[in-house]
Design a binder for this molecule. Structure first.
Ligand code: PRP
Length: 209
């Protein structure tokens, strides 16, 4: 049985369709209910819906053999997993943003609000800028508006959230997309189904390009 952790939400549904096309279908997953675990014995697959930011934990600890996680989560938490494939979906970018017209004053410590403290820390270390990290768990865009921070480091997808809050991107740190990840020992012991899946997903990714 191949145990798969999928990120709950639109991205997970999109990714499930790709798995289905790869021969790992599980029709019961499309039933409209609150169940979190779905199994198809015939295909030898079991899916779990988990919070997107938790997928890597399930995979790292072997509760799931494989999963789909955003590159943002992989960069932030550096889980001990194999990154097998860029699924070329769930695309967005990690960016620094601030109020329109913001000018950085190099003489002062920059206050950075973010959910991604490690990514932000690494980025500012790489450019030698002194910062004070303010770790938040959501609605990051509010921080510069209320003068809790000077800038934010956050995910930008369509840019709508920034625009509607009068913020703008100052700098892109890194492009993000969804990645197929595997538990290291599962990759060894369940190699056949995993490789079969990777091959089909890789073909689907190429077809869509
Ligand atoms: C994410 C991110 C931004 C928004 C960007 O938030 O933190 O707020 O999406 O998307 P956009 O560029 O298309 O507007 P999420 O919805 O995950 O909620 P959060 O406030 O909990 O971070």
């Amino acid at each position: 049985m191949l145990n798969v952790a999928l990120p709950k939400g639109r991205l997970g549904e999109k990714v499930y369709s790709m798995f289905e096309r790869a021969g790992f279908e599980c029709p019961s997953i499309r039933e409209n209910n609150r169940k979190l675990i779905f199994e198809n014995e015939e295909c030898g697959v079991r899916y779990f819906w988990v919070k997107p930011s938790d997928v890597a934990i399930y995979v790292e600890r072997g509760a799931a053999d494989i999963g789909v996680a955003g590159k943002d989560i992989l960069l932030e938490y550096e889980p001990e997993v194999y990154e097998l494939l860029d699924l070329n979906t769930g695309k967005c970018r990690m960016a620094v943003a601030a109020k329109k017209g913001f000018r950085d004053n190099a003489a002062r410590t920059l206050r950075v609000a973010t959910k991604f403290s490690n990514i932000a820390g690494d980025y500012y270390a790489s450019i030698g800028r002194d910062i004070d990290i303010i770790h938040l768990n959501g609605s990051i865009e509010i921080a510069p508006i209320l003068d809790l921070s000077d800038v934010i480091v956050d995910i930008v997808e369509t840019g709508t959230t920034l625009k509607e809050n009068d913020l703008e991107v100052i700098e892109t740190i890194v492009d993000i997309s969804a990645r197929l990840i595997a538990n290291k020992s599962s990759f060894k012991f369940k190699n056949e189904p995993i490789e079969r899946l990777v091959k089909s997903l890789a073909m689907q990714v190429e077809e869509k390009k």
